[in-house]
Structures are given as C-alpha cells and as structure tokens.
Design a protein around this ligand. Structure first.
Ligand code: PEP
Ligand code: MN
Length: 338
C-alpha cells in the first residue's frame, strides 16, 4: 500500500502514519522528496483501514497495490478454475448450458422439463422452488415440496440441480435435499450473512450480479463466500438496471471479458432475465458465448404460455434445441466444446 502525503506535510503526520502501520505489523519505506513524502507499507493490505489512514491530517491519498479480493482474483490464481458440480465441469474448455423452468410447478411439468433439458444436450437443470417476486401476491414458489419435485424429476437423468437460496434458514434443507448448485439471486448479492453461510459449505454456488452492483462490489461479494472456505463459485451476469425500458435489464456483455481478466473463476450469463422476452434470448446467448462466457443459465418451460412465472421469457423445448445447435457452432469457432 502506498500512502501519499500532502505537499509539505508535517513530520508529525508522517510519524503518525508510520506508527499506525507498525502497530499492524507493516514495515514502512519512507521516501522524502523535496516537497512530498511517500510511504510504502510492506505486507498484507487486507487488514489496513484505508479511511482511517486518509483521516490523518496531511495524508493526501492512499493507494492499494493488491486487489482487495484476495482469493477470487486472478492475481492469486493464474489458471482458470474449473468448478465441479456433481461431476459436471463448469469453466475450462467446455461450455455448459443450464436450462429449466423459472419455477418448479408440478411433478409433470418438472419431469417433462427434465426430458427436454437432456434431449437438448444440456447437463444441468435449473428451477426455482423459492421465488423472489416483486409482488407478495404473486406465486412464491412451491417451497420444500418444490425441492422434492425437482430432485425426483432430475434423478432418472442424473441431472445436477440448480436452485435459488433466499433465506439462510433454508440452507440445511437445501443440503439435505442434495441441491448440487446453490443460486444466490440478484437481490441477495450483498446479503452478507447468506454469503457467509454458503461459504461454510462445499456446495458450488452461482453468484448472480446485483442489479445495480459494480463489478468490484460483485467480486467482493464472491470474496465473502471464498473467505469462508468455499471456492466453488460461478459468477452469473444477468443484466443491470439502466435507463432503457425496451427490455427488462441491460445485459452487460462488457462485464464478461472484465471478469475473466479479474478472476480465475467461471463466468456464466443469464440471457432470460436480461432480455425478459423469449425472442431476445437467442441473440443475447450468442453474444454471451462469443464474448467468452463459460455457459448460460436459461429459462425453458415445456409449455411457456402456461408457465406460472416469467412465461414471456421462457424458451420452448424446440427453441432450446435450436439454440443449442447455434451455440455449438459458436463454440466450435472458439475451439471450445458444448
Ligand atoms: C432466477 O434466475 O430465477 C431469478 C430470479 O433471477 P435474478 O435473481 O437474476 O432476478
Ligand atoms: Mn425467472
């Protein structure tokens, strides 16, 4: 960390900074110019409070040298990490498409969806049993019964299941039901207690981007999970709030290369909650994979017009098949497999 003093800073202020850093066990390298003194603090930066240093009079500014996200940063781990989800790899050379309905509705709907997911060539299935709905009067999800329905539908196909955890009190139930991949939704990206709780498990986690979160806040949220010991984290870009009203959210395609540079962890994209309309999903999916995403989280319903939730953005089984064929072509050009 570098502490830059104001022009002609008082020697007492320089000593104050030095004492503060030494109390934290840091070695100081003081460089005195004609007008300005610069202090280099040597050692781990994570326990240094930048604001407390900047509050000292005559400190101009404090500059970090290391990334504040220690474990998830590429600085810490140069190679791409592959997250193993019950035997299915996410990250690396393979692109994984996670498909399934927005919400778990009935056993029939789930078994039909599972068949279509497998028939399209997807190796993981999604479905929400606990739904974060804008209106308290809208369908809130089938709850624990939904987890059971999901497990039963996925079992015959050995499909790992992906489902959203909203409440820390449901974590044990998720683990008892063998949820293979826990989804943290956009509204909970900074629910730090929830992040700490999933960080204490070994179950892989999809961390969706908060709808107004910066990439740096998102990386720090992932660091919460990693700091607890769970490094099985997958980032999911799902669109951010913007001024535009022609679609649900603005898919931040730029975030894909930025994240791939900043972190070694896999990055996937949810084109369904970005566009918010079925007809946009193929174009956004192609853009995501072409930009380097490691996979997609996409909504597909056996009969979209009858879906209990997000009916207007679900692909039909036929549309999912067509999308998989298109993405296979893009993957080939990129030298990746689907
Ligand atoms: C979902 O994937 O079911 C969902 C609710 O997404 P988000 O958290 O991105 O809105
Ligand atoms: Mn949905």
């Amino acid at each position: 960390m570098i502490i830059i003093m104001k022009l002609n800073a008082a020697e007492t202020a320089v000593s104050q900074v030095e004492e503060k850093l030494k109390a934290l066990g840091k070695e100081c390298n003081i460089s005195r110019g004609i007008q300005r003194t610069v202090i280099g603090a040597i050692g781990d930066e994570t326990d240094i409070d930048v604001e407390a240093l900047e509050a000292i009079s005559d400190v101009d500014r404090v500059v970090r040298v290391m990334k504040p996200y220690k474990i998830v940063s590429r600085e810490a781990h140069e190679q791409d990490t592959i997250v193993d989800v019950s035997g299915v790899p996410i990250g690396g050379n393979t692109i994984q498409i996670i498909a399934g309905p927005c919400s778990v509705e009935t056993p029939e709907q789930m078994s039909s969806a599972a068949e279509s997911v497998v028939a399209a060539g997807c190796r993981l299935m999604r479905g929400g049993a606990f739904k974060p709905r804008t209106s308290p009067y809208a369908f809130q999800g089938a709850g624990v019964d939904g987890l059971k329905m999901f497990r039963e539908a996925a079992q015959p196909h050995s499909l790992p299941i992906v489902t959203e955890l909203m409440d820390v009190r449901m974590l044990d139930t998720f683990l008892e039901h063998g949820v293979d991949l826990i989804q943290i939704g956009t509204r909970n990206m900074q629910n730090f207690d929830l992040l700490k709780a999933v960080g204490r498990t070994h179950t892989p986690v999809i961390l969706k981007r908060g709808m107004s979160a910066t990439i740096s806040e998102w990386l720090m949220a992932a660091e919460y999970i990693a700091a607890g010991g769970n490094h099985n984290i997958i980032f999911c870009e799902r669109g951010v709030r913007s001024f535009e009203t022609a679609y649900r959210n603005m898919l931040d395609v730029t975030a894909i290369p930025v994240l791939k540079r900043e972190t070694h962890l896999p990055v996937i994209v949810d084109p369904s909650h970005a566009g918010g309309k079925t007809w946009m999903v193929p174009a956004l999916s192609r853009a995501a994979i072409a930009a380097g995403a490691d996979g997609l989280l996409v909504e597909m319903h056996p009969r979209p017009e009858e879906a209990w939730c997000d009916a207007d953005q679900a692909l039909s089984p036929v549309q999912l098949n067509e999308l998989m064929i298109e993405l296979g072509g893009i993957a080939k050009v990129l030298g990746r497999s689907l």
